[in-house]
Design a binder for this molecule. Structure first.
Ligand SMILES: Cc1cc2nc3c(=O)[nH]c(=O)nc-3n(C[C@H](O)[C@H](O)[C@H](O)COP(=O)(O)OP(=O)(O)OC[C@H]3O[C@@H](n4cnc5c(N)ncnc54)[C@H](O)[C@@H]3O)c2cc1C
Length: 624
């Protein structure tokens, strides 16, 4: 509908001249209003209302960056939970922890130390960035505390509305606005915005597994993403489980739990609770790789420890050293460089992949030696990295413990007393933990209605597809962060979301500065993106026959970015604006009307800084 918008406007401008005929008067050429430049300043930016859904890391980043970079902004964040944190607020199970070094699991700008932190008077004290993680792989509560600190530091809580769940969004083509509905308790509110930003996470829609009789279970039933036993203090509650037999359903095959992802949570829970309970049964249908601890040699040598040290806690003395911004910067840089050196692992049959498989197998052989037969039940045939890896610290030890059973026989049903297996055996359980993951179908539980009444769920059947992972044709002025096509198996989550956010901010700046009513990717650009994805993934280990959250049931990779994290930075750095279609706010044929009256707002009002361009000059380096 919008295609060739500008071309049509051009055609309208060249008014057609009717061919004269013998029996009619010549028709004078149609004229149109002559173009007049607007009366506004080029930087008299129109108000932009942006609504962001979700207050996890992505929504928090949106608040920080939009406030920083978009003038005349009206920002609102709706979050269905009762506070910030997303993943790290929801997943409070025992053992929830970062699977990459914590110093890299934070925003890149959070290690840029403001000058006042290391003034001569008070060197390195009270730095308001986080170099002070207590562990190399910190726990969920510590990550959540860091998130709360960031939200307070950037003063963005005031934009957030908690316990507000998006239930419906509809594009109104005439006003160029999204009209949204939000549930807040028993009320349903309506709001509207110029730009809708979905920061709702890929792993935030948890479900009970569809196992017969689950709700009949007579003991304590809990899901890893809603750990609501006791007073919510997960670790403490487990202290009361000393006489309990606990079953953990996780790592289950697709034949039982269609489209539910499992793995990491079950591994972390088992490793943490087994010394604190009477007996543990882990139900695991999928084989899985348990890697040697990640990066440990590097981490230990940077900390000047023995490289074979396995103690992940960071001592007070080490933390003190990391308060020095230079030390911290170099520490993070070294680790992050190593995180970014694994991309070749995802390429099928690469040397590094073969070597990793060998090392992992050896590590699992050693780790399971105490329980004959265990390795054969666990060892995958598929490549390392086909599924996301979890460090799995202590997991093999937990499985080898006398009080643990690793059960691979399929579950028939849950009964009041426990679990009945397909071979007729019954396990009596006091507690049943479902670490069965999330709905990763990208079929959202609310309707987003785009142009022509089509819903996002319809547009995304059979597969979710978003141009460069962040925009969808037919859904103008809507962007996604950490949606389909954004997952990374190596490299940092923050690299991806910061790159996506930078792109989205540029798009919104363009809408505002160029007086555009709407923009959306061209259908053919999205098709090219999808074609590229389909051509890229067959070269990778993701196509092996493992079950993972980033694949559709037929094995099509939907959730991942087609390349490394460094590749994503480059790809998203310079948007291809020609891949979009636009509508102007102004009724003019002239695409440059936004140039306005030829002055800036400071000049019009003779206020403010009239030489602002000298404040942060781009100083080129002088060659040696
Ligand atoms: C158990 C677990 C462990 C993980 N560990 C790691 C790790 O160690 N390293 C790593 O890199 N990644 C990890 N991840 C991935 C993790 O999800 C990302 O790293 C990151 O936290 C995602 O942030 P986000 O803001 O994009 O999404 P989320 O954190 O999922 O936040 C999305 C927010 O949107 C809200 N929301 C959703 N729908 C609506 C709606 N309709 N209305 C209003 N609000 C809504 C949700 O309540 C949530 O708060 C883990 C994920 C899980 C589930």
């Amino acid at each position: 509908m919008l295609s060739k918008f500008w071309t049509l406007r051009r055609k309208a401008r060249k008014a057609p001249v009717a061919a004269p005929s013998a029996d009619s008067e010549p028709v004078p050429p149609q004229t149109e209003e002559p173009y007049s430049a607007g009366e506004f300043s080029i930087d008299d930016y129109r108000p932009m209302k942006v609504i962001c859904i979700g207050a996890g890391f992505s929504g928090i980043l949106a608040a920080i960056r939009f406030r920083q970079k978009v003038p005349n902004l009206d920002l609102k964040i709706y979050e269905k939970a009762d506070g910030v944190g997303g993943t790290w607020r929801a997943n409070r199970y025992p053992g929830a922890a970062c699977d990459v070094p914590s110093h890299c699991y934070q925003f890149s700008f959070e290690d840029q130390v403001p000058c006042f932190c290391y003034s001569v008077k008070a060197p390195f004290v009270d730095c308001d960035y986080n170099s002070q993680w207590s562990s190399l792989f910190s726990t969920g509560p510590e990550i959540l505390a860091n998130i709360e600190r960031i939200v307070d530091k950037y003063k963005i809580r005031k934009y957030m509305n908690f316990n507000h769940e998006l239930t419906h969004a509809k594009w109104d083509a005439s006003s160029g606005q999204w009209i949204i509905r939000v549930r807040h308790g028993d009320e349903e509110l309506q709001d509207s915005c110029d730009v809708l930003l979905l920061c709702i996470g890929s792993l935030s829609r948890w479900h009970w597994p569809e196992v017969e009789g689950l709700k009949e279970f007579g003991g304590t039933l809990v899901h890893s993403a809603q750990w609501n036993v006791g007073d919510g203090a997960s670790q403490e509650e487990v202290e009361n489980w000393r006489d309990k037999t606990v079953g953990i359903i996780g790592n289950v095959g697709p034949e039982l739990l269609e489209r539910l992802f499992a793995g990491s949570s079950g591994i972390q829970i088992a490793a943490t609770i087994h010394p604190k309970i009477k007996k543990m049964v882990t139900y695991a249908r999928q084989r899985t790789w348990i890697p040697p601890p990640f990066f440990v040699n590097t981490l230990m040598s940077i900390l000047e420890r023995d490289p074979t040290d396995t103690n992940m806690a960071i001592s007070d003395e080490e933390r003190e050293k990391l308060k020095d911004p230079k030390q911290f910067k170099s520490f993070r840089h070294t680790i992050e460089q190593q995180m970014n050196s694994f991309h070749a692992l995802v390429i099928r049959e690469s040397e590094i992949q073969k070597q990793a498989k060998k090392n992992f197998e050896e590590r699992m052989r050693q780790g399971t030696a105490a329980k004959p037969g265990l390795l054969e039940k666990m060892l995958p045939t598929w490549s390392v990295f086909c599924r996301r890896l979890t460090p799995g610290e202590g997991y093999l030890e937990a499985l080898c413990a006398d009080n643990t059973t690793y059960e691979t026989t399929p579950i028939k049903r849950v009964t009041r007393a426990g679990i009945e297996l397909t071979d007729g055996r019954v396990d009596e359980l006091d507690v049943l933990v479902c670490a069965t993951g999330f709905d990763v179908s990208y079929h959202y539980p609310f309707d987003v209605v785009g142009r022509g009444g089509i819903t996002l769920n319809e547009r995304w059947s059979p597969y979710a597809e978003a141009y460069l992972s962040l925009a969808v044709d037919g859904f103008p002025n809507m962007f996604l962060v950490y949606g389909p096509g954004s997952g990374l198996n190596s490299g940092s989550f923050f690299v991806m979301v910061e790159s996506q956010m930078q792109y989205v901010v540029k798009a919104v700046q363009k809408l505002q500065a160029e007086r555009l009513k709407s923009m959306e990717p061209k259908k053919e650009a999205t098709t090219d993106w999808t074609e590229h994805m389909r051509a890229y993934f067959p070269k990778t280990v993701y196509m092996d026959t493992c079950n993972s959250w980033y694949k559709a049931p037929d094995g099509t990779v939907v959730g991942l970015w087609p390349g490394s994290s460094l590749h994503a930075i480059r790809a998203l750095a310079n948007p291809r604006w020609e891949d979009y279609e636009y509508e102007s706010m102004d009724k003019t044929h002239n695409r440059l009307q936004w140039l306005g009256a030829g002055h800036t707002e400071n000049e019009r009002t003779m206020t403010g800084d009239l030489a602002w361009y000298l404040n942060a000059p781009d100083v080129p380096p002088i060659p040696e």
